[in-house]
Design a protein around this ligand. Sequence first.
Ligand code: GDP
Length: 296
Amino acid sequence: MFDNLSERLGGILDRLTRRGALTEADVDAAMREVRRALLEADVSLDVVRSFTDKVREQAIGATVVKSVTPGQMVVKIVHDELIATLGADGQTIDLNGVPPITIMMVGLQGSGKTTTTAKLARRLTERDKRKVLMASLDIYRPAAMEQLAVLGRDLDIQTLPILAGQKPEQIARRALEAGKLGGYDVVLLDTAGRTTLDNEMMSEAANIKAAARPHEVLLVADSLTGQDAVNLARSFDERVGLTGIVLTRVDGDGRGGAALSMRQVTGKPIKLIGTGEKTDALEDFHPSRIAGRILG
Ligand code: GDP
């Protein structure tokens, strides 16, 4: 439907026969294309603005070396800035500390939270050789609790027995206690989500955090949500406090803009990506891959 950014910028800038430093007018023409490409990749408007301002500053006056065209030069500046914004490779889960290490998963209903909890449990068990306990704190949806129990049975990973009538904080404390007594290395807390951002979900998550004092609070977010990702990440970070983000459905046809928006707004690293429905479809996050996708 549309050409990729490099081709488009090539079209605009490479008509310039003149070499040497890029002028303000050249760069502004290029920035209109960059802005369009980022919006098409579902990066939120505010983030697009601050991003293009940064790129503009670097591009004006940049000397175009002989081996590249002005278009390639601007694409390189955009690419490098995307990677700088998306963060470094190898941002992993922090497993240092006195066990059990507690990891709390938060996010909207349907974002892939329960599946991601099971995926992470599987990775920690198989790859990192940790003894993992999972607990569902979703007291509103018995089906969600059962879903985690079924995943646990399939993977041969323990889940906390379900007891009716407990509040989420009480379940969290019970999970930590069971984690200590059972000699577990990691306890994963799968919290309840709602279909939209709401105050109750936030205060419940904040209460669970206060009770469980987790080492990690990971926001599980659907990479296809695009613009809404910013509000989601900002609210969870302000109200609950995040240590990282897991992006799901990266196997879908989204262009990855949510990654840039969430990272820019919260400053929190994207630690993992979900790339499928199966429990082995969890990968480390590589900024260069997402940058390539955003550039189209
Ligand atoms: P929750 O309500 O946030 O706990 O969401 P679930 O874990 O139940 O996931 C909702 C749906 O998304 C399920 O059908 C999952 O199989 C699916 N899902 C989760 N993560 C991914 C992913 O990375 N890729 C794809 N394609 N589907 C996913």
